[in-house]
Design a protein around this ligand. Structure first.
Ligand SMILES: [Zn+2]
Length: 300
């Protein structure tokens, strides 16, 4: 593939205003978009506004009652609170585009080899509820759409965000046409994990050496698949405020390179979402995300 022809999707045009002091770094989507262009890693021409997901696609992974509750802003407070983002019409629209953008990334990965959403990885959203800044589950919707519409037989989800993808697991964890592997902090949110196909829980302070050794072992036993959906969360970085690991930029670059090289070696299309990143200042997370795209460009 030609990197310059690969397509990317963004939702930064849907940034919503959060109350002062809110800990979610909403500005990171615009910062990442702008930095990828400023550093000539992506051109403006290859970044598209993410399309909103259609309700029929959301219904593959979510209950109608929940979708309509988010749309209308009518969910009771105790169901909205775990999401951690205040409801607004803009928040609903943004959530639709996050899913639509990842669906688009999977479709483009199949045609071009690699594609990414400059957001997403909303792996804490369950069929009937959201939590942990996740409203709708982009990986679950996209995976179920690939299985039903593209007739794929096996999807590999590699989730390397420091937080376990309990929503991915609650929706997809018992399927045999999906294989979810997750490396995550055992002491990190969510405190009640939901079983994936392969869970590797690592202790607080996990460093590059330990992490990369575990990842190498995991890569050796990955099952055959037709596509990789990669959640490339950078909240494994030691500067992250919501993560318990102690990884460096170099360690994360090696992590990403190992995944991208695996995809190349197996000739598998790879669709990526950026996942979590909550350093303060946010610049550390942005630099780690940009590194991920640098590694992708080097390999694809
Ligand atoms: Zn995370």
């Amino acid at each position: 593939m030609e990197w310059s022809n690969a397509k990317f999707f963004t939702i930064h045009q849907h940034d919503v205003q959060l109350p002062a002091g809110h800990r979610f770094p909403m500005e990171k989507y615009t910062l990442l978009h702008d930095k990828l262009i400023a550093e000539n890693i992506l051109s403006r021409e290859q970044i598209y506004p993410a399309p909103p997901a259609e309700q029929k696609d959301l219904l593959l992974a979510h209950e109608l009652r929940y979708i309509e509750g988010i749309q209308a802003g009518s969910l009771p407070a105790q169901e909205l609170r775990p999401i951690g983002l205040p409801w607004s019409p803009g928040m609903y629209q943004r959530s639709l585009c996050s899913v639509g953008g990842f669906i688009a990334a999977t479709e483009n990965a199949i045609s071009d080899g690699f594609s990414a959403l400059l957001a997403g990885g909303t792996h804490h959203a369950h069929r009937d509820r959201g939590e942990g800044y996740c409203v709708f589950n982009d990986f679950a919707v996209a995976a179920l759409k690939l299985l039903s519409h593209q007739r794929l037989k096996k999807i590999l989800i590699i989730d390397l965000d420091v937080h376990q993808g309990n929503g991915n697991s609650s929706i997809l964890g018992s399927r045999d046409d999906v294989f979810i592997v997750s490396l995550h902090g055992e002491k990190n949110y969510p405190f009640r994990k939901v079983k994936s196909h392969l869970d590797v829980a690592l202790p607080e302070g996990t460093n590059d050496e330990r992490y990369l050794a575990e990842l190498e072992n995991v890569i050796k036993i990955l099952p055959e698949a037709e596509i990789i959906l990669y959640q490339a969360g950078v909240d494994v970085l030691k500067e992250d405020k919501l993560g318990t690991f102690a990884m460096t930029y170099e360690g994360i670059k090696t992590r990403d390179r190992m995944i991208f090289e695996y995809a190349r070696r197996k000739s598998l299309p790879l669709a990526m979402a950026i996942g979590g990143g909550y350093s303060q200042p946010i610049d550390y997370s942005i630099e780690a995300y940009v590194n991920t795209f640098r590694e992708a460009r080097n390999i694809f």
